[in-house]
Design a binder for this molecule. Sequence first.
Ligand SMILES: NC(=O)c1ccc[n+]([C@@H]2O[C@H](COP(=O)([O-])OP(=O)(O)OC[C@H]3O[C@@H](n4cnc5c(N)ncnc54)[C@H](O)[C@@H]3O)[C@@H](O)[C@H]2O)c1
Length: 260
Amino acid sequence: MAKLAGKVAVITGAARGIGRSTAEVMAREGAAVVLADRDLDVAEAAAQEIGSAAAAVRFDATDADSIEAVIAFALKQFGKIDVLHNNVAMTAEAWSRDTSVLDTTLETWDLTMTINLRSMFVASKAALPYLIAGGGGSIINMASGAATSGSPGLVAYGTSKGGVMTFTKYLAVQYGRDNVRSNCILPGVIQTEQLLNVLGDNVAAATATTPYPRAGLPTDVAELVAFLASDAAQFLNGQMIHCDGGSSAGRAGPRRNSPA
Ligand SMILES: NC(=O)c1ccc[n+]([C@@H]2O[C@H](COP(=O)([O-])OP(=O)(O)OC[C@H]3O[C@@H](n4cnc5c(N)ncnc54)[C@H](O)[C@@H]3O)[C@@H](O)[C@H]2O)c1
């Protein structure tokens, strides 16, 4: 049987990239999916391709009312919510605006925290009563490998993703006893359109030391989200899971062999 049969999932930032792929994989696994995005036309086209078990809704991660409206839309459309995939983040724009501490404006810092972290708080707060009332559910939050160490740029993005990890642990501890499981994914380099636009020919350089011999694909993350949403992941709660081909385990290079 499809592993998400009968479940209803809300995915934020679902018009493209990992969110879109997640909507496709969850629908393939039998879930009804709500694609929430600021680009409604693109989200609607994606929902149409997925079929009748998919619906798109306009969503602005900077606007608390709009986030709450997404949850209300899902309830009206499909009658319940079982899964919340908090996926939205400021991505492509971050690469030019979000740099070092001295060069990043307060406006960029605040906007990043609002889209990446505050929206997750608002969406979780709005969905939790329904997850609990339905007997439980699964919240899957998107962090990033950028949260686990410093780097020359992306100070606001990386810091916000550290907050996502901590927030996930609070969700897991505070609502685990209500059968609501919360877990966090830390993707490595995933070849979404926005990332390819930013990195261009540098994808190979960015993944030169990744132990697994290729860069990540949106489906790599989407399959993990679908697993975490499913009952097969029942005993996983409060976990931080890297999906990065092993980059977080270490840097690969030519293997040293003993002299013959
Ligand atoms: N792609 C990667 O390599 C990578 C690596 C680590 C973490 N991540 C995380 O994975 C998640 C998805 O990343 P992606 O690469 O698929 O992103 P993406 O840019 O391809 O897609 C993001 C979607 O969110 C929507 N969006 C952006 N800002 C919004 C806002 N304010 N309100 C409503 N919608 C908005 C966009 O329209 C877009 O459809 C993010 O949380 C990102 O931080 C991605």
